[in-house]
Design a protein around this ligand. Structure first.
Ligand SMILES: Cc1ncc(COP(=O)(O)O)c(C=O)c1O
Length: 422
């Protein structure tokens, strides 16, 4: 069955289509934090952040069905849906971030964010970290380092070394904050020299794709100062930490403690329905609308808005941010208690946690982390790995994840760690 489906996949989708696990999972059903395969086997989902309020949450399903049976058009007509959702969403932001554009993917949102910074500053140079992913439009893939763009990086992009809590730049976490800002300052100088000028710095406030290093709020203070002094915009990609995953509030930037100029949202926003958005201040929006107008055929359609509104309401009604705080702290405490010869660091923030492994010679234990992920899949626990060397286990479950789910996942992890060859 699996082999036949893989062959069909290659035939239909072409080669080299990313897929998880040596023995891929054929999922047919989901509910809350659980997934079932075609043989009826149940898996605990410790990976997926898109089904944010739980797989197939009935309230989201009903909202989508009801709106789809009533009307689905686009934003060139008046419709209450986008107005109500826009008001409810922007009420969750401070710093005068009061206006939004709805799109369909995080990539599109980041693409728009880049153009907002260009429109506001009149400049075209951007900075990102050297170990990140912000999406896959042509413009945004210049800021995504997993697969370098064809023709290489263009010189309007400068990449600065990503923060790292196991091997911090400058030797300590405190020094790393200053070192990071100095690198940003040097990158800005290069952009100015090259004639592009500095339009903005796109960053994830929790550096999730960089391997979610353990940082403290305030880490970015010196960097924000440098960016502001140079007149660039902070483009804050909340696709990963947004909507309460950190367990500290709605947004990662509030946890980190800075005021972005533009915020982009995606993945968890409508529980699996393709919805993303860009939220910004009126002055930035005016510059962008003045330059581009902007219409997105599917962005902000009534069904998308209904799905997004239901998701937002469930986060509140089910107190999912408090749950992320409680269960995340509990899981992290358990991960910290694990003893293993290759364990370099257990870390996490809210419902995003894992362990980084290093070989005894200090090199990345990439193969070991991979074997652990595969073994966990066979034990019925779905998770993955991340980091520059893919040596950090990544657990990022749907938000209704409870302490007993964490126990099941981590009890299983302990067993798997014991028997996995180093
Ligand atoms: C931080 C971040 N930004 C943007 C994106 C792109 O989002 P999408 O796949 O919806 O285009 C991703 C996807 O993984 C992401 O992790």
């Amino acid at each position: 069955m699996t082999t036949e489906m893989l062959e069909r996949r290659t035939r239909v989708l072409g080669p080299n289509v990313p897929i998880f696990y040596d023995c891929p999972v054929n999922l047919v059903r989901g509910e809350s934090v659980w997934l079932w395969d075609a043989d009826g086997r149940r898996y605990l989902d410790c990976y997926n952040n898109v089904p944010h309020v739980g797989h197939c949450h009935p309230k989201v399903v009903e909202a989508i069905a009801e709106q789809a049976a009533t009307l689905n058009t686009h934003t060139r007509y008046l419709h209450e849906g986008i107005l109500e959702y826009g008001e409810r969403l922007t009420a969750k932001f401070s710093h005068d971030l009061t206006q939004l554009i709805m799109v369909c993917t995080g990539s599109e949102a980041n693409d728009v964010a880049l153009r907002m910074a260009q429109a506001k500053t009149g400049k075209t140079g951007f900075i990102a970290t050297d170990n990140t992913f912000h999406g896959n439009t042509s413009a945004v893939s210049q800021l995504s380092t997993r697969r370098p763009p064809i023709g290489g990086y263009q010189d309007h992009i400068q990449l600065v070394p990503a923060p790292d809590s196991v091997r911090p730049a400058g030797g300590s976490l405190e020094e790393q904050s200053q070192a990071f800002a100095r690198n940003v300052e040097a990158a800005i100088a290069k952009l100015e020299e090259s004639g592009h000028g500095f339009a903005g710095f796109m960053l994830c406030p929790t550096f999730s794709n960089e391997g979610f290093p353990a940082l403290e709020p305030g880490f970015l203070d010196p960097t924000i100062e440098v960016v502001r002094t140079a007149g660039g915009l902070i483009l804050c990609d909340e696709v990963q930490p947004g909507f309460g995953r950190t367990g500290t509030g709605w947004w990662g930037h509030d946890w980190m403690g800075f005021a972005p100029d533009v915020v982009t949202l995606g993945k968890p926003m409508a529980n699996g329905h393709p919805v993303a958005a860009v939220v910004t201040r009126p002055d930035v929006m005016a510059a962008f609308r003045g330059a581009f107008g902007y219409f997105n055929t599917f962005g902000g359609n009534p069904v998308s808005c209904a799905a997004a509104l239901a998701t937002l309401e469930i986060i509140e009604e089910d107190a999912l941010i408090a749950n992320a705080h409680d269960v995340g702290a509990y899981a992290l405490e358990r991960l910290r208690a694990i003893e293993h010869p290759l364990k370099a660091e257990a870390r996490g923030l809210g419902l995003f946690f894992g362990i980084e492994f290093l070989q005894t010679d200090g090199s990345a234990a990439t193969g070991f982390a991979g074997r652990v992920v595969e073994a966990m899949r066979h034990e019925g626990i779905l998770m993955n790995r991340i980091g520059r060397d893919m040596n950090t286990l990544k657990m990022r479950p749907p938000m209704p994840f409870q302490r007993d789910h964490a126990d099941l996942a981590i009890d299983t992890l302990e067993k798997v760690l014991e028997r996995t060859p180093l």
